[in-house]
Each structure stands twice: as C-alpha cells, then as structure tokens.
Design a protein around this ligand. Structure first.
Ligand code: PEP
Ligand code: MG
Length: 601
C-alpha cells in the first residue's frame, strides 16, 4: 500500500499492521532495517529505553544526581538574579519547591524500578502526569503552573545529560522531529542503524555527522512521531529517500540483501599507498578530511587524506560534556595534530552560540544563525577564546596546527584574534611555557567577507571556504530548515560568483585556499570546482574514495569550458543542466547517474 504525506498520518501500529511507505529526502546514503526508537525532548533529547534489572540502580543514581545538580543550579540562578529582575526569584521559588519536594524524585525512582526504563523516560512519564493535572485545573493562575513543571522537567533532563545514559538497543533507527548533532554524537557509541527526521537540511551538522558515521539517514517525513511508536519495524532507504513502516515479509526480503551489503561497506580493507591525487593532465588536487569525531582519523589517513582541513573543535563539548578545560583541549589538539603529522590540522575556534557555551539558561536567541555565535561570541567575552588559544598555542609547539576563525565578516576579527594570540603567547612565554606560532586563517562564509576578500586575504595566512554557510548567508536560506530546502541551491549563480571571487583572490595573493563545505565532497560538483580553480578540498571521510576516483579520471583542461559556461547561466537550474550535460558528455563513466539525479549526495 502506498501512502504519501497524508494530512492525517496513519500510525504504523494502529494501522492494523499494514505496510506504510513514506517519501523522504535522502540525507546519507545506505539502507538499513531495524526497530524505531522515538526521540523526545527539546534542548536535551532522549529515548525510552528498557533496562535490565542490573541497570536500575545506575538509573536511580543518575536521577538523584540530576536532582542535586538542578537544585544547586536553581539556587545559584536565584541568587544571581535577585538584583536583576524582581519577579524572577518568585518563579525560581516555585521551581525549587518542586525539585525539593521529595515525592517528585520518589515517583521518578519508582517509575524506573517498576517500568524498568531509563531515568530520562521516567522523568517524562512523571512530569507529563503533573502537567496534565495542572492543565485540567479551572483556575487560570494555577493552571499556568504547568509551565513551571515543564521547566523543571527540562532542567532535570539537562542535568541528566552530565552522565552517560543507557545505550540504545541493537539495530535502532532513531526517529525525531529534529535531531541535534550533540544527541547523535552522544548516541554514536551505541551504533544506531539509521536516522529518520521531520526537519533538517543537507548541510545541517546532524546529517554531516550521519554521513561521517556512514549512517543511512532521511528527512522531510511529516509528522513522523505520530506515525510510529518505539519498537515498530522499519526500513530506511537512504539512496532513494524512502521509509517503509511495518514492512511485509516480501518487502523485507527485497531489502535484506542491500542492507547487508551496506553493512559490509566499511573500507577497513582499503588502504591507499599514495596520498597524492592528480587529474589526468597532472594538476595536483589536495584531499584533506573534515573531522568531528576522533574515530575517523585513522580511516581517513589510510584512504589517502592529506591532513585535516577542518577540525570542528566544538565537538569537544560533547566529548567532555560541557566546556572543555584548557588541558583537555590541549590534549585533544595534540592528539589530532600528532595524527595529522606533517600534513597538519586546521583547528577552528568554537563555532557555537551562547546557549551551547553558557547553557540554556542564557536564553534563546531569536535568530541564532545571525546572533552572537562563532568568533563574535569569542570576542564578546574573550575568556573562553583566550583559553582555547592558549591550548592551541601550547599544542602547536611541536605540531603543525593552523587556527581557523569562523564567521569572519571583515579584517577586524582577524586583527583582534591576532592581538589575543600575541598577548597569550607573551603570557605563556613569560611563564616559561613553550608555544608554537600557528598560522591564522579566515573562514569565508558571509557575503561581507566575500566583498572584502582582498583585504581579508592580505591579513590571513590561508583561507577556508565554508560553502555550507556561504550558501545559507548569500541566499538568506536557513541551512537547517527543511521547508526551505528547495531554496538552498549550491549552484545558484550568486553562490558561484562568490566561490569564484574567493578562489581568485587567494590565488592572486598566492595564499592557500581550502574548500571545506559539503560541496567539496560531492562528485557532482567536483568538475565545476576544479574548473573554477580549486586545488584543495576538505571533506567528510566517506567522500574521500569517491572524490579521489573522479579526480584521477578527469582532466583539468576539460573542466574549463564547464566553468566558463556556468558564468553565463542565469539560474541554478541552468547551471545544473550545464553540469549534467558536461558529465554526460565526458565523465558519465565516473559519476554515476544515481548520484547525478540527487546531486547533493
Ligand atoms: C561551512 O560552513 O561550510 C563549514 C564547513 O562549516 P560548518 O558546516 O561547521 O558550519
Ligand atoms: Mg560554517
């Protein structure tokens, strides 16, 4: 039975067990068969996990610890806010009373024991009952107290995040409205088998990470949480963008082979002896790897990555469950730099917003993508940035480390970061600490940086071109928002003008430039990038072999007419058609039709 995006979505279990097929957008290639695990929560996401008797003690201990932490936090916020907002302490009083009321914790502990579930789920079950009771009260003032209960629940759930929760079961398919990258990073250790979401974009960090983990993923499935229950059987087809709920035995049979074949693709048996990549006519194209999770280093090197073109340092927040100390950062940077060796690593300073650095109590920004994020946040209160720079300076003493500044809007930020580096270098030297002198580069992501590229190039030792954000900011289209995914056009003529301008400016000034957005890892875009002059590409580990194959099968000279033709195109569709035509004529043996049909994969 074919059911596509109906207004009243059928639920797999309540649909009499019949098979349901849903259209989706493929985000990470592969096929998987498994059981659904529904994900809940806002700033802290969690699952219902059935636990063994032996884990009950661990989960109740986690709940008690979370209550203690939540109590301490509330006490602190209460004292911090006394002088700022008269009404706020009143709110905190109500919330503190709830957390200090021992019956709430007792009920949560009882739920863990009786239902044999993880602490997060028990918090949801118990607080949902409280919320429902408050919402049923006639008196409006009292009724609105449910908001306090929701706040308290969120606070306890966040506090639970400090300790590892129960792992997911085997073959779990994570299903969420929206999956946060930190949740996926946290769960990567329990080897989920696929991801289905309602929202997300091709370049959102969640799907970048899914591709790094080689995890089939799809998005755009409307009202997904209403269609499934935890435990439902499902198939995720990340090649064709399809979800099948309650698959029949016949359908399962059809998917078993592709799923098994996909499971076996791990490249563990592939080793590339020469990391040099050249076009047929001898143009060197350097392939580097983007690294978010430490596990990928080894694989990347084995398959020929020449160093790390982008290390997203903010992923350390997941590893260390919060702001990493200077020494934790120092160890992490040294570890990654030693791995990268002579080829070096480009470490980007934290590309985060205040909520992630200071916690959710900092308050939500209305437009986080345009808010106090990345280098703006670092320069707003320089304490954290100084800590990070010290760790980088120390780690670069005997390692090849470059510092990348995210979201540069003009030379101002580069000058300020250089001043901080100078000041921290002197302070460390005065204490007798040995430091290196890392090169400093700007990440080009916003239109002002493209317009001022000549000045920026002059003040930078190298340039990183972040096409994910570049497309977002040039076209004004949220990269994480599924509903505007159709407007996220990497081949938009305006984006191509920006890419060309930046590549040319760096080449004219003889400064190295690495393209490190998802565009760099797509075989479909590759001939165009090479034709526009790109010589260094940094990509997801799972793109490396494909890209290497295409590079060594094309000639630089034959990419030039394509790049030239693209300058005359007036729309993204025209560029895409030109690219299709050139591929059909020259490189159809290298770039498979299936990939060309869905160019972003
Ligand atoms: C980019 O914006 O292209 C980029 C590489 O960085 P991120 O995806 O982390 O924003
Ligand atoms: Mg970016």
């Amino acid at each position: 039975m074919e059911v596509l995006d109906s207004k009243n979505p059928p639920n797999a279990r309540r649909n009499g067990g019949a098979e349901i097929r849903l259209k989706a957008r493929a985000m990470s290639r592969g096929v998987a068969i498994g059981r659904v695990v529904c994900l809940h929560g806002n700033s802290r996401q969690f699952f219902r996990i059935e636990i063994e008797d032996s884990a009950i003690e661990r989960e109740t201990r986690r709940a008690r610890a979370a209550f203690r932490l939540a109590r301490r936090q509330l006490k602190k916020f209460q004292s911090d806010s006394v002088s700022t907002a008269a009404s706020v302490p009143g709110i905190f009083d109500a919330q503190r009373a709830m957390i200090e009321d021992s019956s709430l914790l007792s009920k949560i502990e009882a739920t863990i024991c009786e239902q044999k579930v993880n602490a997060e789920w028990a918090v949801k079950v118990v607080t949902d009952i409280y919320v429902a009771k408050y919402k049923a009260i006639d008196d409006q003032h009292l009724r609105e107290r449910y908001i306090d209960v929701e706040d308290v629940a969120e606070r306890i759930l966040n506090a639970l995040g400090g300790e590892r929760s129960a792992p997911l079961g085997k073959n779990s398919i994570i299903v969420a409205r929206e999956l946060m990258p930190s949740t996926l990073a946290e769960q990567s250790g329990s080897n989920p088998t696929a991801v289905i979401t309602e929202h997300g974009g091709w370049t959102s960090h969640t799907f970048i990470l899914a591709r790094e983990l080689n995890l089939p993923a799809v998005t755009g499935v409307r009202k997904i949480l209403r269609r499934v229950d935890t435990g439902d059987a499902a198939i995720v087809d990340g090649y064709n963008g399809r979800v099948i709920l309650n698959p029949t035995e016949e359908t399962l049979e059809r998917y078993r082979l592709p799923a098994a074949q996909f499971q076996q693709i791990n490249y563990n048996d592939v080793t590339v002896s020469d990391s040099q990549t050249r076009t047929l006519d001898g143009r060197d194209i350097v392939i580097r790897v983007n690294v978010d999770l430490p596990e990928v280093y080894k694989k990347a090197k084995r398959i020929g990555a020449r160093g790390i073109g982008l290390y997203r340092s903010e992923f350390l927040f997941n590893r260390f469950k919060g702001f990493p100390t200077e020494n934790q950062q120092y160890d992490a940077y040294r570890e990654i730099a030693e791995f990268a060796g002579e080829d070096g690593v480009k470490i980007r300073t934290f590309d985060l917003g205040p909520e992630q650095v200071y916690g959710q109590n900092h308050g939500r920004e209305k437009n986080p993508a345009l808010g106090l994020r990345a280098i703006r946040l670092g320069l707003d209160d320089t304490r954290h940035l100084r800590t990070q720079l010290r760790a980088m300076l120390r780690a670069s003493h005997d390692n090849k480390i470059d510092i990348v500044i995210p979201m540069v809007s003009g030379v101002d930020e580069i000058v300020k970061v250089r001043e901080l580096i100078e000041s921290e270098t002197s302070a460390l030297a005065a204490k007798g600490t040995q430091v290196g002198s890392p090169r400093v580069g700007a990440m080009i992501e916003v239109p002002s940086a493209v317009l001022l590229i000549d000045q920026i190039v002059e003040d930078s030792d190298f340039i990183c071109l972040g096409t994910n954000d570049l497309v977002q900011y040039v076209l004004g289209v949220d990269r994480d928002n599924e509903s505007v995914a159709g407007w996220f056009r990497t081949l938009h003529p305006a984006v191509l003008i920006a890419v060309r301008t930046v590549i040319k400016a760096a080449a004219d000034a003889e400064k190295p430039l690495v393209i490190c957005g998802e565009m760099a890892g797509s075989p479909f875009y590759l001939p165009l990038l090479i034709g526009m002059g790109a010589t260094e590409l940094s990509m997801n580990v799972n793109s490396i072999l494909r890209i290497r194959k295409v590079i060594s099968g094309i000639a630089y000279q034959e990419t030039l007419p394509l790049a030239q033709e693209a300058t005359k195109c007036r729309t993204a569709d025209e560029v895409e058609a030109a690219l299709e035509r050139h591929i059909n004529e020259k490189w159809s043996h290298l770039i498979q039709p299936e990939r060309r049909k869905r160019p972003r994969i």
